[in-house]
Design a protein around this ligand. Structure first.
Ligand code: BV8
Length: 242
């Protein structure tokens, strides 16, 4: 059993952690990619080809964030508690573009695929908070270029945010937790291997069911996030990990 002082933890979360708060996942049978094609709504080419279709896709999801009365669930809250009570570093990297980890109180948090609550100018990169619908008529307040404001989201084929910071954290982590993700999308799906390569990390998957990368983890807990995440957090706060 590892002594718990000054051990560093890196956590990766995906859409599964927000499911019980009322948000759809991507690859479940009723998921987002069952109703929309990635090529139509989540690539730079889609935005060039049909910006209105892409804006409508994100406007619908942003609207749910602001009018859907969504609250962080017990899993989000357990991760915020872990950050507060753990003596070492806790770095939460989420693939999610919702704001539920922020609302739960997590501070050392990185949205590697961007955030629904912000928009970015494709011309100058200026990024601002945005609550309502975004249209091709909206103009960037910094460079006044029309029609180039886009959701501040990392699309397929685009580099996720702050990858250097993520890789540095994985190289130095003692525990890597992967929560609510199917392990389909890279580079996030490869983080467990990065962590294992540092020679000391214990890796654990907390998911409804085994992910694509399940065999790569030392340990796993399967069940709804609101059950398995608080349980695991209490376990490691009490005893550390094997
Ligand atoms: C890039 C924003 C390169 C959009 C998203 C190898 C290496 C590198 C890249 C690639 C590679 N192979 C292929 C690629 C390309 C691509 C990729 O991975 N494609 C896949 C489909 C094969 N990757 C990229 O394009 C990435 N960029 O590589 O850039 C580059 C290099 C140099 C220079 C420039 C560029 C960018 C990927 C980011 C794309 N954007 N999100 C949006 O949100 O609208 S990714 C998209 O999938 C989602 O946003 C989400 O973030 C991500 C992962 O999905 P999950 O979160 O895992 O959700 P999913 O539904 O799949 O799974 C949910 C899980 O929860 C399930 O396991 C389920 O069982 C579980 N669950 C359900 N309910 C519960 C639960 N668990 C617990 N409790 C419950 N109640």
């Amino acid at each position: 059993m590892s002594k718990i002082e000054s051990k560093n933890i890196v956590i990766l979360t995906g859409a599964g952690i927000s499911k019980e708060s009322g948000l759809k996942t991507f690859r479940d049978p009723d998921g987002i990619w069952a109703q929309h094609r990635i090529e139509d709504v989540a690539t730079p080419d889609a935005f060039k080809r049909n910006p209105e279709q892409v804006q409508a896709f994100y406007n619908m999801r942003r609207d749910k964030l602001y009018t859907g009365n969504l609250e962080p669930n017990a899993a989000h809250l357990a991760l915020a508690k872990l950050e507060q009570e753990w003596p070492g570093d806790v770095f939460l990297v989420t693939q999610n573009v919702d704001n539920l980890h922020d609302k739960a109180g997590s501070k050392n948090l990185l949205h590697m695929h961007g955030e629904l609550s912000k928009v970015k100018c494709n011309a100058c990169g200026h990024t601002v908070p945005w609550e309502g619908d975004l249209s091709t008529e909206d103009v960037c307040e910094a460079c006044n270029t029309p029609a180039l404001l886009r959701p501040a989201i990392v699309w397929f084929g685009e580099m996720p945010l702050e990858m250097d910071r993520i890789m540095a954290a994985l190289t130095d982590c003692d525990l890597f937790m992967s929560i609510g993700t199917s392990g389909n999308v890279y580079p996030a799906a490869g983080f467990v291997q990065e962590a294992r390569m540092n020679g000391k990390a214990h890796t654990v998957e907390l998911n409804l069911e085994p992910s694509e990368g399940a065999s790569l983890f030392h340990d796993s807990r399967y069940g709804p996030a609101t059950e398995v995440v608080p349980q695991y957090v209490d376990e490691i706060l009490r005893d550390g990990w094997a």
